[in-house]
Design a protein. Structure first.
Length: 273
């Protein structure tokens, strides 16, 4: 300790320390510069590839949708097989057919769903459910729900109990899309606030099912989560579920707060006119 103190007092350490600090700063700055350049080049390359792949995929999906070309026929193209062997091409392909599926219905949507299965892109979506990253899980859940993979229901709904709020509501929303009112019980138990945009997505998911007189929607009005109650009221109003009027009336009489009370009263007036 005495030797160290003597070195400190006489100041002989200052020049070596400053020299080392300058060299360290320069090295760190240079490494950061290289990382930034590499990251930028990677993004530019991915964007260029995305544009190239998109052009290829557009032609491919046109033949699948409008010319009834099967995946087994497409596999005979060696150039396609080379591209299909790369993960980024599969990522762009999956995104493309999801966008197409959102815009097509009936036989065209069925062709896209069949392509998704035949090409084994479905396996990639299931693998995403096993990821340690919640955002990757959400992506896999959304893909499987978009293509109506009902056999994924049990695995997806298990994430309704996850810690991550986004993952939880994504799983519930997906299962509503897959199974309609079967998922209401999980929505009733959801404890986190549900924003307006997510509520709109959930309502859209319910609209894909003919819920009519099906029991379950009224359970939303009994939730301890006020945003779930609000969602239930919006759903009853949007789908004009007049058979749920008695439950709305009960809520109006025993609402947890004045905002929900007024909402319930307003919906009663709308549905009874």
């Amino acid at each position: 300790m005495k030797d160290i103190w003597e070195i400190y007092k006489n100041g002989s350490w200052e020049i070596p320390f400053l020299t080392f600090s300058i060299y360290a700063f320069v090295c760190v700055s240079f490494i950061l510069y290289l990382l930034i350049v590499a990251s930028r080049n990677k993004k530019i390359k991915r964007e260029r590839l995305r544009n190239e792949y998109s052009a290829e995929i557009d032609q491919l999906m046109t033949s699948v949708i409008f010319n009834d070309v099967s995946f087994s026929s497409i596999k005979e193209n060696k150039n396609f097989l080379v591209l299909f062997d790369t993960s980024f091409f599969k990522e762009v392909l999956t995104e493309s057919i999801i966008n197409l599926h959102k815009n097509y219905e009936g036989i065209y949507a069925q062709k896209l769903e069949q392509f998704y299965k035949d090409s084994n892109l479905i396996k990639g979506s299931f693998r995403k459910l096993k990821s340690l990253k919640w955002e990757v899980k959400c992506k896999g859940i959304t893909e499987l729900a978009e293509f109506n993979i009902t056999e994924a229901f049990d695995e997806i709904i298990s994430y309704s109990k996850a810690r991550n709020k986004t993952l939880k509501i994504t799983a519930i929303n997906a299962c509503i899309r897959l199974a309609g009112t079967k998922s209401v019980v999980y929505l009733v138990e959801h404890s986190d606030p549900i924003d307006d945009w997510t509520q709109l997505n959930i309502i859209a998911a319910f609209k894909k099912h003919d819920i009519g007189d099906t029991k379950g929607i009224e359970l939303l009005l009994e939730s301890q989560n006020t945003t779930v109650i609000t969602l239930g009221l919006k759903l009853i109003k949007e789908l004009k579920l007049t058979q749920k009027i008695p439950f709305v009336a009960q809520l109006a009489a025993k609402a947890p707060n004045t905002v929900i009370k007024y909402e319930a009263q307003s919906i009663l007036q709308t549905l009874t006119v």
